[in-house]
Design a protein around this ligand. Sequence first.
Ligand SMILES: [Zn+2]
Length: 309
Amino acid sequence: MRVQRLKRLILFGPYVLALAGMVICIILSVLLVRQQKRIDALEEEIGHLTVYQNGLIEKISSVSSSVDDLGSAVGAISTELSLVDIGAYTGSKSSTSATSWPHKVYLTFDDGPSVNTEKILDILDSYGVKGNFFMVGTDNPDLQKMYKRIVDEGHVLCMHSYSHKYNEIYSSVDAFTRDLDQIYSLMYEVTGTRPRYYRFPGGSSNSVSRLPMKDFIKVLDERGIRYFDWNVVAGDATNPMLPADQIIENSLCDLNEYEEAMILFHDLSNKTSTVEALPAIIEAIQASGIPIATIDDTTVNIQHYANTN
Ligand SMILES: [Zn+2]
């Protein structure tokens, strides 16, 4: 029996061993394949994680560039704001508009002195502004004091004829000269200062003169007196009296048309809406940063006659 068993063992042993080996190999192969699959799955997962990580990095960098953009936007807005501030301060529209505002505005008042002259002087004083007064003659001592106050407070006192009567002044060169001498002497006598500027009653382009205006301009030239008209009209010469808001609008709407704007107001005693309108006009001009100036030798020629003939 033993011999038979031994024979069987010798006969089948190798087969059994080989079979066992094969089985072990198969099992190991299966395990290997499984492990490999796990490794592949892990690698894939790592790949996904890498992609996700790259995505995150991309997002972070895009957020950071957004923050940068936001920063430069804020910077640009700040720059804009500071430009606006400067623009408001200087009143210069040149950066935003081809039309530039005037370099100067002259406030000119015709036909005084009157009770309104005093009110206008008080208003000008409260804003620290100087005006230009084209005045006529008067024998009223109280009104004559206005000439002196104007000069003493640094405003410019100018002549506008003594009588303001077109029929007399423009009737002849002699009549014009007599009237001129009269207002010139009165102003010099009251103020101790020689007036140097003149405004023709009705302007140098008036249609009431019997003689050519150049004949009268010659008289002024011979005496070294410059004359000025205006290029902006407040509209307060109309009858009935213009409302204050209309005077404000008229005075401000055309200012940017001229290199130097000269606004024509009137300070006759019945022109109360001019007095009423003046503070708002001064405030608007000051807010735009344009200097309110007095007439001097550097003032450009604002003359209707020269412009139209
Ligand atoms: Zn006048």
